[in-house]
Design a protein around this ligand. Structure first.
Ligand code: AMP
Ligand code: MG
Length: 485
């Protein structure tokens, strides 16, 4: 593996944006997991991915050719409050490489030691949370949801203190860019407008080239980021994904799901569900995610204001945020429509969707199982297995009557096909991840591998894997996932 030194483009932004440093080695590393899919994307061969050289490099114990590691500085709003300077406190960018298809990928180690931005932290990540990030990054990608990726995961017996003593791990993350809303906020709040402009120009040139042709490229950038964010959050809502910590420093400028911490896929459909045990106010509950994303975009708009409205006004920035308000609901409605097998839109579809979501909430129906049974029922035209999920059968029957009328003229084969590629059979539920984690703590990574593999094809039922598509066990609702990671 070779980093292209001359194309470490983030580094070209200059010293104000990062600090050069070295990763801190971990003793006797071992492999915990590898994403063959990501390795293939990067053009990394299987034998090399299994080599001692790769193991040491992806633990931060050696430096790969061409790599000049750095940690970047950013700021952000955390739980609605301005938090000031944060930065890569435990993520270290190794450099950028070009995949065989020409796509540029930044490679970052999470948990590879202290940086100047570690604040009170230790620069480490524990095995438990690293397994969750590794699994979820690759699972989200397989679901078709924009996300940072994970190439591999290594561990070491070095102890790391959290609530309990745990062990260290390092996730190798990959993304075209790890720039966050918080990077813009950082330079804006510090009055560093030249750096703010350099950053915006860099992001436009590399990732949003069409914005450069706009009369106001920075307003166009804000609008384009809003669009990507709307699409990403609509996908989260449709699949039942809760991020858990939507602080502005955890929002990707590319509209990628980033920084997997206390995330959760819904078990029962509870719109007010809070997945982060540290989120006592429920700021980041499932049903608030769309508004929080907008709030975060507003922060980005404020940060970009000196570039967007050079006359001191706000109108162009506000106008750039406006499309989110229509695009998000459109996107969500389209995705939910597809989950119902409805390819085209008709009057009354919105009511049909609202009706079923209300019933799911009232009857505390398991979200993934509901949709997955809908797919199989559409193929057989036998809705009994879905009906079984509802306590209030009468309301279900009423809804089904409306739905049956709506789908009467629809081609069933095409409808079932649409539903099957939209409604996953398997998602990374908390208890599934937890089982893999408990085994991994005893250095048995077989469950982790099984789960990782299963989640690569989430839309296809696989022989012998029924348990992974079943209802969560009672203990699942008692799993407490906090910001501690
Ligand atoms: P998070 O809530 O995980 O996105 O983290 C918020 C900020 O805290 C980021 O700047 C992280 O880099 C930093 N941080 C979190 N955990 C650690 C740690 N163990 N060591 C150093 N910095 C950390
Ligand atoms: Mg973060």
């Amino acid at each position: 593996m070779q980093f292209a030194t001359d194309s470490q483009s983030f580094a070209e932004l200059g010293d104000a944006f990062f600090t050069r440093l070295s990763t801190t080695p971990l003793p006797s590393p071992y492999w915990v997991g590898t994403s063959d899919a990501m390795a293939r994307t990067l053009g990394l061969s299987e034998p090399w991915m299994q080599s001692q050289e790769a193991l040491e490099a992806f633990t931060g114990n050696t430096v790969l050719p061409g790599s000049r590691p750095l940690a970047s500085v950013y700021s952000g709003h955390q739980f609605g409050q301005w938090a000031g300077q944060l930065g890569d406190g435990r993520a270290i960018l190794l450099g950028e490489m070009s995949a065989p298809d020409g796509q540029g990928w930044e490679i970052q180690l999470k948990g590879a030691g202290l940086t100047p931005y570690s604040r009170m932290g230790d620069g480490r990540a524990v095995l438990r949370s690293s397994i969750r990030e590794f699994l979820c990054s690759e699972a989200m990608h397989a679901l078709g949801i924009p996300t940072t990726r994970a190439l591999c995961l290594t561990g070491s017996d070095q102890s790391v203190r959290r609530e309990e003593v745990e062990t260290a791990a390092v996730v190798t993350r990959c993304a075209p860019s790890f720039i966050r809303f918080g990077h813009f906020e950082h330079f804006s709040y510090n009055g560093q407008h030249a750096e703010l402009k350099a950053l915006a120009d860099y992001v436009i040139a590399r990732y949003y080239p069409a914005c450069a042709d706009s009369a106001n490229p920075y307003a166009a950038l804000l609008e384009a980021v809003s669009e990507r964010t709307a699409i990403m959050v609509a996908q989260w809502q449709a699949v039942g994904f809760c991020h858990g910590v939507m602080n502005t420093d955890n929002m990707s400028i590319l509209g990628l799901t980033i920084d997997y911490g206390p995330f959760q896929f819904l078990d029962v459909f509870d719109p007010a569900h809070i997945c982060n045990h540290s989120d006592t106010q429920g700021r980041y509950s499932y049903n608030r995610q769309p508004n929080i994303a907008y709030w975060n975009l507003f922060c980005l708009g404020q940060a970009l204001l000196p570039l967007i409205n050079t006359d001191g006004g706000q109108d162009e920035a506000i106008a750039a945020l406006e499309p989110y308000k229509t695009l998000f609901p459109q996107q969500l409605e389209m995705r939910l429509r597809h989950k119902l097998g409805l390819a085209d839109s008709q009057d009354g579809d919105k009511a049909l969707i609202e009706g079923i979501l209300k019933l799911l909430a009232q009857n505390k129906v398991d979200y993934t199982i509901f949709w997955s049974r809908m797919s199989t029922s559409a193929a057989s035209n036998d809705w009994e297995s879905v009906r079984d999920l509802f306590l209030d059968r009468q309301s279900w029957d009423q809804w089904l009557a409306l739905y049956s009328e709506r789908i009467a003229p629809t081609d069933r084969v095409a409808m079932a096909a649409l539903m099957q590629k939209t409604n996953p059979v398997y998602v990374l539920r908390n208890h599934l991840g937890e089982a893999a984690i408990q085994q991994a703590k005893n250095k048995d990574f077989s469950e982790l591998e099984r789960l990782h593999k299963l989640l690569q094809t989430p839309f296809t039922a696989q022989a012998g894997m029924q348990a992974y598509a079943g209802f969560p066990p009672d203990w699942a609702s008692k799993i407490e996932i906090s910001c501690s990671s």
